[in-house]
Design a protein around this ligand. Structure first.
Ligand SMILES: Cc1cc2nc3c(=O)[nH]c(=O)nc-3n(C[C@H](O)[C@H](O)[C@H](O)COP(=O)(O)OP(=O)(O)OC[C@H]3O[C@@H](n4cnc5c(N)ncnc54)[C@H](O)[C@@H]3O)c2cc1C
Length: 416
């Protein structure tokens, strides 16, 4: 039986393991952690075809530069002398154009719909315990500028065949009776779903164990034994693991690791934080994105509210910056003045590093530099949403089948 080694036990790695095992491969997942936490656990849980606009958009660089001087703002780049950061930033600025946004919409919609169907099958057919709900998502705004953006977003969504509707404040209050809010209006995306990430990840791990996937925890991949553009062994801190095929799904660490294979995957880690409160007194009915604050709120798993946000381009060994967490709380209270969120202690705050590619699109596919490698990373803000579908596509690639969508926009060789 062909041996496939998956590097990384986040949603992308585990989903790849699921589809590869189902296709008859001998699958081993290696992680430098113990599989109990990574970026795939503390996120907002959105499974959201509405997110067809990539991170690299016109105006984001100027906005980011303004925000850089505000310690509580939603975006921050830690100034440092780093060639990888410089290269990523330069490419990001160059690509952030209206054409890039237009060209990315269809591939992002397609992979999101494949992924949403996959999650629905996990929820109904396996079935995984994941508190999955397909009830929609609100994007709320307060200003003229964001209202104009929202109108445009609704038009574009309709062109893409996605269910989106512009709502007045009164209509929003009907959806969220009893919640006091300061909003001008919003968009309702009926196409979106959400789930409770820790429940889904634990349930998926259990299912993978039951079907015979092997796991090597606390083993960091530190190199590869390569012969003639083929990986023979994956070298880890716990010894070498033989592989016929390798999946690189190491999240924000994938860019650095890929250099050892002669690949060029410009990437940075974009740190975000979240606070989860059980039995929240003001449970909302719908997940909501607060557009001006750039904060995501999700009512999850019946009794939990999760508040998350911030994009902090920083080193992965930096301690949490509590001002950013304060920024999230203030961002919530700007829209919901009655919401009380106690400031967590530094050791209590959850954070994770989003794997951000240089153009906001994932890297999925084979590469010329290494014939038995499939790259599956770089999903940035939407890695959970696209995770299940990415796993399905990875298995199709490994089997040499025609893929369920055209993957050319996601080629890992686009910067080679
Ligand atoms: C606050 C916040 C909110 C978010 N909300 C959403 C949302 O609502 N919807 C959405 O779609 N996305 C959301 N995201 C983004 C999403 O969480 C990520 O895109 C996604 O989790 C990335 O998954 P991954 O499997 O690629 O990486 P990860 O989950 O980070 O997993 C990578 C794994 O690789 C392992 N690894 C790394 N290097 C090595 C090595 N050398 N050897 C062995 N193992 C290694 C790591 O230990 C880790 O376990 C959010 C992110 C944040 C921070």
């Amino acid at each position: 039986m062909k041996k496939v080694v998956v590097i990384g036990g986040g949603i992308v790695g585990l989903s790849s393991a699921l589809y590869l095992k189902r296709s008859g491969f001998d699958v081993t997942v290696i992680d430098k952690g113990d599989f109990s936490d990574n970026c795939s656990y503390g996120n907002a849980g959105y499974v959201c075809p509405s997110h067809f606009v990539p991170l690299a958009t016109p105006g984001i660089v100027q906005q980011g530069l303004k925000w850089m001087w505000n310690s509580r703002s939603p975006f921050y780049v830690e100034p440092r002398l780093s060639w990888s950061l410089f290269e990523w930033g330069w490419r990001f600025m160059r690509v952030a154009s209206p054409e890039h946004v237009a060209n990315s919409a269809v591939p992002l919609r397609d992979i999101a719909l494949i992924s949403q169907r996959a999650y629905e099958s996990w929820h109904k057919e396996i079935p995984l315990d994941m508190a999955y709900m397909h009830k929609g998502l609100l994007e709320l705004f307060q200003t003229d500028e964001k209202e104009a953006y929202a109108e445009n977003l609704v038009k574009k969504s309709k062109v893409l065949g996605l269910d989106a509707q512009l709502l007045t404040k009164e209509q929003i209050l009907q959806l969220e009776p009893g919640i006091e809010m300061d909003v001008r209006g919003g968009v309702f995306f009926g196409c979106d779903a959400h789930l409770y990430p820790p429940k889904m990840m634990r349930s998926l791990l259990q299912h993978l164990t039951d079907i015979g996937v092997s796991f090597i925890p606390n083993a960091e991949v530190i190199g590869f034994k390569k012969e003639h553009a083929l990986i023979k062994d994956v070298r880890t801190t716990k010894g070498n693991v033989e592989a016929n095929e390798v999946i690189l799904a190491a999240g924000a660490w994938s860019g650095e690791l890929s250099k050892q294979l002669g690949l060029k995957l410009p990437m940075v880690g974009g740190r975000g934080y979240s606070i989860t409160i059980e039995d929240y007194p003001q449970m909302m009915n719908y997940p909501a994105i607060l557009m001006e604050s750039r904060v995501a709120i999700t009512p999850m798993d019946e009794n939990k509210m999760r508040f998350g946000g911030t994009m902090e381009i920083t080193r992965t060994n930096r301690p949490p910056r509590m001002k950013r967490v304060e920024g999230i709380i203030r961002g919530v209270q700007r829209f919901f003045p009655k919401f009380e969120i106690p400031m967590p202690k530094p050791e209590e705050v959850w954070y994770g590093f989003r794997p951000c590619s240089a153009d906001g699109l994932p890297y999925i596919g084979r590469t010329a530099a290494c014939k038995n490698l499939v790259v599956a990373t770089g999903h940035a803000m939407i890695g959970l949403s696209l995770g299940a579908g990415t796993g399905q596509l990875v298995a199709e690639i490994i089997q040499g089948e025609p893929t369920s969508m055209d993957l050319s926009s996601f080629s890992p060789d686009r910067y080679a």
